[in-house]
Design a protein around this ligand. Structure first.
Ligand code: HEC
Ligand code: HEC
Ligand code: HEC
Ligand code: HEC
Ligand code: HEC
Length: 469
């Protein structure tokens, strides 16, 4: 009876709700949760109760249509046979309908638990940092599951299972703050990234232009220009070369690290078919190999560990806001003042917001009172932009501050490429993995105002007067 009540109430509600969800009429993350993770399981329990109840209640003729004894008896009575047959048809029909609805519900639930709504918005506070960084990245149109759940069954199951553990951690408030990098739970990078990127194809160099602003009165605009030798992991007639040599088809690189973040690399093994392995060991006495070290085959995410959750340094965050004119460049010393304020510790975003706003106002009122008089919006805009730069990268609730998640592309603070280059040497010959500046990039300009190379690239002649940019 309980089962029947549940099914009678939920079935019509669910049928309509699932249609609403499948056609995208309601897009609230809590709607999906209520629907697939609360109502559907209750419905299934209801259905099981109905079947179990009818089967086991032998003494009650009214409900006991399923009881084996009852059916046997009915079959043996002449005249009853056709009524029973109709009943059986009816039951098969209803079962079929329920199966279809449960099928739709399962499909919808599968879809929902793989949606950005579920991944990021349902666990809003916890996923907010990764979601924000993701929204500002080149991969912002790709759903979380393209990278985090594989399409191949083994990894998909593994990821969903670890997802279940995470739901429990959320429910019991026992998750880590910040969320640690899920490198063990992540499908190998090559499989994930090569759904869309073909390493063999990156066969050209890439020009990287970085706009920066100095902490002086004029917030002077300078540029760093690098020609990155991206190369390829083998392309048609060309063998693997340049930076993407690391993902060549012929060689495999294994490394061992002694910390969870993969920052302390103790040894590297280069394996090539038909040749003897080459072993590299750390030069630094503190980084000697240890048997507890974790071994890993190098893939895309060992360099591109932040392909989408890109958290910036305070300098980069402000430079981007100034370059995009979110923070007005013509406000004297704004880079210096903003940098000083966003790098301080605040217990919460609200506190940061209030402090940054108050202190910037006070500083400009004291030092540039005339400038603000006729142009109050200038400062208001600068404050808003500065707070934005802070809010996109620092999340006090999750213990995430500047530098919590480091990017391995590059070599800030000796990390990234310099975890190996210049740090390890061939065991046999003693040859150090090169840190010659020109094997990875050619530096065409470094923090220069209006560099010659940019004039050449823009088609302006090098000798013409500097443009007022
Ligand atoms: C382009 C692929 C890609 C997409 C899309 C993506 N992620 Fe990630 N994510 C990664 C990689 C790679 C790592 C592991 C970084 C590492 O190993 O250091 C990661 C790590 C994480 C972490 C662990 C904390 C951290 O920053 O290391 C969380 C949480 C996370 N992702 C959530 C999400 C959410 C939520 C979405 C969707 C809004 C999403 N991811 C979309 C590739 C992706
Ligand atoms: C579902 C497809 C897809 C997957 C999976 C994917 N990417 Fe991408 N990636 C793209 C697209 C599309 C772009 C180009 C975005 C643009 O420039 O607008 C891109 C751009 C990039 C760029 C260039 C970013 C820049 O600054 O211009 C890098 C690097 C990159 N992806 C690395 C990765 C790595 C590493 C992974 C695996 C963890 C990965 N991608 C997974 C589709 C994908
Ligand atoms: C040894 C480190 C390393 C490994 C391993 C690596 N990359 Fe890269 N990749 C780089 C660097 C460095 C760049 C240049 C990025 C820049 O300066 O903006 C780059 C550039 C790229 C770009 C942009 C290319 C362009 O011309 O715009 C894509 C896409 C990319 N990598 C994808 C991948 C994929 C997919 C894999 C794995 C199969 C991979 N990378 C493995 C270091 C690496
Ligand atoms: C896990 C260790 C490790 C890391 C991390 C690493 N490399 Fe390497 N790299 C090597 C080894 C080993 C070699 C081969 C050295 C040799 O041939 O003597 C190499 C060689 C290279 C070469 C020369 C390829 C050629 O044409 O001969 C380039 C370029 C390069 N790496 C770029 C990078 C860049 C860029 C990064 C960071 C984004 C990086 N590497 C990170 C281990 C590493
Ligand atoms: C193993 C490869 C490798 C070597 C060796 C190397 N770099 Fe780099 N360098 C990189 C990568 C990768 C980046 C990041 C490019 C990006 O951010 O897109 C970078 C970035 C830079 C930048 C720009 C930093 C910024 O954000 O403004 C400078 C400057 C630089 N390198 C200087 C050097 C100098 C000087 C040397 C020689 C001592 C050197 N590099 C050696 C790989 C290398």
């Amino acid at each position: 009876m309980v089962g029947a009540i549940i099914v009678t109430i939920l079935l019509p509600i669910l049928s309509v709700a699932i249609l609403f969800d499948l056609f995208g009429i309601i897009e609230n993350p809590y709607f999906g949760f209520l629907l697939y993770l609360v109502m559907v399981p209750i419905l299934v329990v209801g259905i099981i109760l109905v079947y179990a109840g009818t089967f086991f209640s032998r003494n009650n003729e009214e409900i006991g249509v399923f009881a084996v004894e009852y059916i046997k008896e009915q079959f043996s009575r002449p005249g009853r046979y056709s009524r029973i047959r109709n009943l059986i048809y009816l039951i098969i029909g209803i079962t079929f309908m329920i199966c279809i609805i449960v099928g739709f519900a399962t499909y919808g639930g599968f879809h929902y638990t793989g949606s950005i709504n579920f991944c990021a918005q349902f666990c809003h506070t916890i996923m907010e940092p990764q979601m924000k960084a993701y929204q500002n990245s080149p991969h912002s149109k790709i759903s979380c599951v393209e990278c985090h759940l594989g399409k191949d069954a083994g990894w998909a199951e593994r990821s969903r299972f670890s997802g279940l553990k995470q739901l429990v951690a959320v429910a019991t408030d026992s998750y880590s703050r910040p969320i640690l990098s899920p490198i063990d739970e992540l499908r190998p990078g090559r499989k994930t990234c090569e759904q869309c990127h073909l390493p063999e194809m990156f066969h050209s160099d890439r020009l990287v232009i970085k706009d920066k602003f100095l902490p002086d009165e004029k917030n002077t605009h300078v540029q760093t220009v690098l020609l990155m030798k991206v190369g390829s992991g083998e392309f048609k007639m060309r063998s693997a070369h340049g930076i993407h040599w690391h993902v060549s088809q012929k060689e495999e690189l294994y490394y061992r690290h002694s910390d969870r973040e993969r920052k302390k690399i103790t040894s590297v093994r280069l394996v090539e078919k038909g040749k003897q392995d080459i072993l590299y060991k750390a030069i630094d006495a503190d980084l000697q190999p240890h048997e507890d070290d974790v071994s890993r085959k190098m893939d895309c995410v060992d360099c591109h560990n932040r392909p989408t959750h890109i958290f910036f340094s305070p300098n980069e965050a402000l430079d981007q806001k100034i370059a995009a004119d979110v923070i007005p460049r013509y406000l004297p010393f704004i880079k210096r003042q903003a940098l000083e304020l966003i790098t301080q510790d605040y217990p919460s975003v609200e506190e940061a917001n209030a402090n940054i706003s108050r202190k910037l106002k006070a500083w400009y009122q004291q030092n540039y009172p005339d400038l603000l008089e006729g142009n109050a919006t200038l400062l208001a805009k600068a404050i808003e932009g500065t707070v934005e730069a802070y809010k996109e990268n620092v999340f006090p609730k999750m213990n995430i501050t500047w530098g919590t998640y480091q990017n391995f592309i590059g070599h800030n603070d000796d990390s990234g490429c310099f975890r190996c280059h210049g740090k390890l040497q061939e065991e046999k010959s003693g040859k150090v993995i090169s840190s010659d500046c020109n094997i990875c990039h050619v530096i065409l300009a470094e923090e220069e105002a209006d560099p010659d190379v940019m004039r050449t690239l823009s088609g302006r002649s090098i000798t013409s007067a500097p443009q007022n940019r």
